[in-house]
Design a protein around this ligand. Structure first.
Ligand SMILES: Cc1ncc(COP(=O)(O)O)c(C=O)c1O
Ligand SMILES: Nc1c(O)cccc1C(=O)C[C@H](N)C(=O)O
Length: 424
C-alpha cells in the first residue's frame, strides 16, 4: 500500500480513506477485536485493544484454574517460554530461546542493564538520552547511583530522536552500556539500531534496547544487527492487556555469560529440587525471577499470536501508511491553525504513532475525547496519535483528524481548562 506525498492527493472527503481501507490486506483483522461502539481509538500505543481470542482464552484459563488447580502448573510452568518463542519468531526477528516473558519492562531493564554492567567490569559509564522514556531514565539513574557509575545523557531533538552520530561521539573505553529506546515514546522516531549496536560493539560496550513502542509495530532487526539485549511490553501494539507481563531478549551466545541481579527460583537449575545455593540455568530462563502471572501471560500469548499471524512486515507497512496519511491530513487541514508535525516524516524513520505539536495540545486532547476520539497528550505540548495496524482504519484517521480540524475551526477546545504544567 503506497501513499503519495502531495497534499493535493487528499481531497477533503473520505473517498481516499475508504479506498485505502478497501485495499488493506489486514482489514479483516479488525473483526478479531472487541469493538462495540463508534469510538475512534488512537491510543493503541498506550494500551492496545482486546482481541476476541484473548477474552475467550482468559475465560478458559480461569476455568482451568477452577478444575485443574495446582495441576495446571504442568502447562503454566513453560508458558513464559512459549510466549517468548512466538515473540522471537513472529514479531522480533530473533531465535527461539532468545526471548522470554517476565516481570515488567522496568524490572527487565534493571535486570539486563545490571547484568551488562557486571559483564564490563572497570567501565563506569552508561549512555542514554534525555528523551528516553521516564522509567528507563529512572532505572538507569538508580543503577549508576548504586554502582558508583555515571549516566551520560545525550541531548536529543525530541521530534527526530537520537542519532547514531551522537551516540558514537559519546562512546569511549569507559562505556559499559548504551541503553536507548528503539522507537521514541514521544515522537515515534526510530533509532538506527544496527548502526548504534555496531558502534557500541566497536567501543567494547553492550547495547540494550527498549522495544515497548516497536514490538508489533515495526520490524526490529535483532538478528541481523547482532543485538545484545532488549526489553519491551506486551500491552501496547501486542494487545496483551493492562499490566500484561513484559518480555526480555538476550542474544543466545551471551546468555550463559550474563548474570542478572535478582536471583529467583525461576532461574534456578532443577527448580523443584529446591537447592540450597543459587545455580542458574544457562538458557534464557536464568533471566526469569519468580512465579509468572499466568492470566496475563495467556493474554500476551494471544496478542503475540495475532501479530505473528498478520506478519510483522504487513503490520509495519500498514502502521507506516496510517501515519503517512495522518501527516498528509495534518499538513492539509491543521497546519493553518499552527499544528506542526513533531515526528519524522520519512516512513522508515517513524514507528506506528504520529505526534503533533500545538501550544494548546492539552485542551485539544480533552476536546477530542469529548468528541469521541481518544488521543494521548504528552508533555510539553504534544498530541500523540497511535495506530493499531490490526484494527485502526484509514477512515478512523480521517474522521479523527477531521474532528480535530473542526475543533480548531470553532475554537471549542478553549472551553476546556488548561493543564497546569507538570514536568515529566
Ligand atoms: C518505552 C517505554 N518503556 C517502558 C514503559 C513502561 O514500563 P512498565 O510497563 O514497566 O511500566 C513504557 C510505557 O509505559 C514505555 O513507553
Ligand atoms: N503503561 C502505562 C500505564 O501503566 C498507565 C498509563 C499509560 C501507560 C503507558 O503505556 C504510557 C506509554 N508507555 C507512553 O508511551 O506514554
Amino acid at each position: 500500500m503506497r501513499l503519495g506525498h502531495a497534499s493535493s492527493l487528499y481531497p477533503v472527503t473520505d473517498i481516499l480513506a475508504r479506498d485505502l481501507d478497501a485495499a488493506d490486506p489486514l482489514a479483516r483483522f479488525r473483526d478479531r477485536f472487541v469493538i462495540e461502539d463508534e469510538l475512534i481509538y488512537l491510543d493503541g500505543n498506550s494500551l492496545g485493544r482486546l482481541p476476541l481470542s484473548t477474552r475467550e482464552r482468559l475465560h478458559r484459563a480461569i476455568g482451568e484454574w477452577g478444575t485443574d488447580l495446582i495441576r495446571g502448573w504442568d502447562r503454566w510452568i513453560t508458558l513464559s517460554r512459549e510466549v517468548g518463542d512466538v515473540l522471537a519468531t513472529g514479531v522480533l526477528d530473533a531465535t527461539p530461546g532468545e526471548v522470554v516473558l517476565s516481570d515488567s519492562t522496568s524490572v527487565n531493564l534493571y535486570k539486563l542493564a545490571a547484568a551488562a554492567c557486571a559483564a564490563r567490569p572497570g567501565r563506569r559509564v552508561i549512555v542514554t538520552d534525555d528523551d528516553n522514556f521516564p522509567t528507563d531514565r529512572y532505572i538507569l539513574q538508580g543503577l549508576v547511583e548504586a554502582r558508583g557509575m555515571e549516566l551520560r545523557v545525550l541531548k536529543t531533538d525530541i521530534d527526530l530522536g537520537v542519532s547514531a552520530e551522537a551516540v558514537r561521539e559519546a562512546l569511549d573505553p569507559d562505556v559499559a552500556l548504551v541503553s536507548l529506546s528503539h522507537v521514541a515514546y514521544r515522537s515515534g522516531a526510530v533509532a538506527d539500531l544496527p548502526a548504534i549496536t555496531a558502534a557500541a560493539h566497536q567501543a567494547g560496550a553492550l547495547a540494550l534496547w527498549d522495544l515497548s513502542h516497536s514490538a508489533g509495530a515495526v520490524r526490529v532487526p535483532l538478528r541481523s544487527a547482532g543485538a545484545d539485549l532488549a526489553v519491551g511490553c506486551t500491552y501496547k501494539h501486542l494487545n496483551g492487556g493492562p499490566g500484561a507481563p513484559a518480555f526480555l531478549y538476550v542474544r543466545a551466545d551471551l546468555q550463559a555469560e550474563l548474570r542478572q541481579p535478582i536471583w529467583g527460583w525461576f532461574g534456578q537449575r532443577d527448580q523443584f529440587d529446591m537447592g540450597v545455593e543459587y545455580d542458574p540455568v544457562e538458557s534464557i530462563d536464568r533471566f526469569q525471577v519468580g512465579t509468572p502471572p499466568v492470566l496475563g501471560a495467556y493474554a500476551a500469548l494471544e496478542g503475540a499470536r495475532l501479530t505473528a499471524e498478520a506478519g510483522i512486515d504487513a503490520v509495519a507497512a500498514k502502521g507506516a501508511a496510517l501515519g503517512a496519511y495522518a501527516i498528509e491530513l495534518c499538513d492539509t487541514w491543521l497546519a493553518p491553525y499552527g499544528v506542526v508535525v513533531a515526528s519524522p516524516r520519512a516512513d522508515a524513520r517513524r514507528g506506528a504513532h504520529v505526534t503533533l505539536r500545538h501550544p494548546r495540545a492539552w485542551q485539544l486532547s480533552q476536546a477530542l475525547r469529548a468528541a469521541g476520539v481518544i488521543p494521548d497528550f504528552r508533555t510539553p505540548d504534544r498530541l500523540r496519535l497511535g495506530f493499531g495496524a490490526l484494527y485502526t482504519r484509514f477512515v478512523d484517521v480521517y474522521a479523527g483528524l477531521a474532528r480535530l480540524r473542526d475543533i480548531l475551526t470553532a475554537d471549542s477546545h478553549l472551553a476546556f481548562p488548561e493543564r497546569h504544567a507538570r514536568v515529566t
